[in-house]
Design a protein around this ligand. Structure first.
Ligand code: FAD
Ligand code: SF4
Ligand code: SF4
Ligand code: SF4
Length: 351
């Protein structure tokens, strides 16, 4: 048997299970479920499970960001925050969006406008059922559905399971909003030309991210430490070292370090804070609570942003290149500390 066939034969779910899932590297992104051509992977309780006979095609292994990182051991420059074409700071001008969004509502404004202008025909976003700690990946087909998905959900989210829905619904102009891990796995699917992701996904919007949390442990913390239930939460936020839980009758907070037991295990290995694989990355660090910092990384990201700018929907300031270092300093500080603090991903050869 040639070396290549031997390699192919071994690339199966058992390999993914042995090298990624069992050792706790998995981040529940859902990419492996989406790319399996015979639908034998199912995300159950946020972990991929084999639910049928594997034909060893290797797609789930090839798409997985953690498997690829273990093989390739990419170098991370501590002070780098990825490609930058342009930087803006600001917020949406649409009141209905601002009042329902996490920060400045830039993500929701870019998406709803792109839908209105025919730049996209759908968007993979994250809605919720019952409460905000229960994120639900959604293929939004209308501006209404996009708006319904506004606001951050801080618990693990198998977003990429929705990739199959774009193929089944024959959508060809899709925007995907995801965390850094989602955008990296999505990039792998694009490179593999799996599910037509290479021509269907027009825009990748990445959110800044320090960590996600296990929904079960996070609920426990809210109920045991704060005596609150998640059902009536209207917003969760994470800023200045604290989590804020917003209810109709007030706000409660808890230090992030008091929630460290609930941090998702797979996040401990993450070195991407600013969604370096996205076309446009959006966060809030270093700016007012009702604003966003926006890093445009690619021509696609620039196009998406400029469509909204042209419609006069954004109250934003373009940051001159000479001021990038100053405006990005808080983001770079967090990004560097994430890179420094990440646990090493052991190379597979050395196992
Ligand atoms: C888990 C998590 C951690 C974050 N950590 C940081 C941080 O440390 N520093 C920082 O500056 N910013 C962080 N952010 C980003 C920040 O919370 C806002 O999402 C960002 O500023 C965009 O604001 P907005 O008002 O434009 O968003 P909105 O217009 O309200 O839109 C939010 C979008 O995010 C999507 N979304 C919500 N939850 C998730 C999820 N779990 N996975 C994928 N997509 C989701 C929704 O579908 C929606 O489209 C984090 C976001 C999340 C979800
Ligand atoms: S059939 Fe392919 S994608 Fe599905 S589990 Fe097996 S190796 Fe993975
Ligand atoms: S990280 Fe994503 S692609 Fe890899 S095993 Fe977990 S869910 Fe699957
Ligand atoms: S810390 Fe990294 S792995 Fe964890 S949710 Fe955020 S981007 Fe994904």
């Amino acid at each position: 048997m040639s070396e290549q066939i031997e390699k192919k034969r071994k690339a199966n779910f058992a390999l993914l299970n042995r090298e990624v899932i069992k050792p706790g590297y998995c981040v529940s992104c859902g990419g492996c479920e989406a790319v399996c051509p015979i639908f034998v992977i199912s995300m159950e309780q946020l972990k991929p499970k084999l639910v049928g006979g594997c034909i060893s095609c290797g797609a789930c292994v090839d798409v997985c960001l953690r498997y690829k990182q273990r093989i390739e051991q990419p170098e991370h420059q501590e002070e780098s925050i990825g490609e930058i074409l342009e930087i803006y700071i600001g917020r949406s001008k649409i009141d209905e969006i601002s009042s329902k969004s996490q920060n400045g509502g830039i993500v929701t404004t870019l998406l709803t406008n792109a839908m209105k202008k025919g730049k996209i025909d759908s968007a993979i976003v994250t809605s919720h059922v019952n409460d905000l700690l229960n994120p639900v990946p959604t293929l939004a087909l209308s501006e209404f559905e996009i708006l319904k998905a506004a606001r951050s959900k801080y618990t693990l989210n198998p977003l990429l399971t929705k990739l199959t829905a774009i193929k089944l619904s024959h959508k060809k102009k899709v925007a995907v909003v995801g965390l850094p891990c989602h955008t990296e796995t999505l990039n792998n699917a694009i490179q593999m030309k799996n599910l037509g992701a290479d021509f269907r996904v027009k825009y990748k919007i990445g959110l800044f991210c320090m960590s996600s949390y296990s929904p079960v442990s996070f609920r426990d913390i809210i109920s045991s430490n704060l005596g609150l239930s998640a059902e009536t939460l209207t917003k969760t936020d994470c800023a200045r070292g604290k989590f804020f839980f917003v209810y109709p009758d007030g706000v409660t907070d808890i230090k992030i370090k008091e929630c460290k037991e609930a941090k998702a295990l797979g996040c401990a290995f993450c070195k991407d804070f600013s969604a370096e694989f996205a076309d446009i990355s959006i966060g809030n660090i270093g700016v007012d609570d009702d604003s966003n910092i926006i890093i445009i990384r690619t021509e696609a990201g620039k196009e998406l942003f400029e469509v909204a700018l042209k419609e006069n929907l954004l109250d934003v300031e373009k940051i001159d290149e000479s001021n990038w270092a100053e405006k990005l300093a808080p983001a770079i500080k967090l990004s560097s500390s994430k890179k420094r603090g990440a646990k090493p991903l052991l190379p597979i050869e050395s196992q």
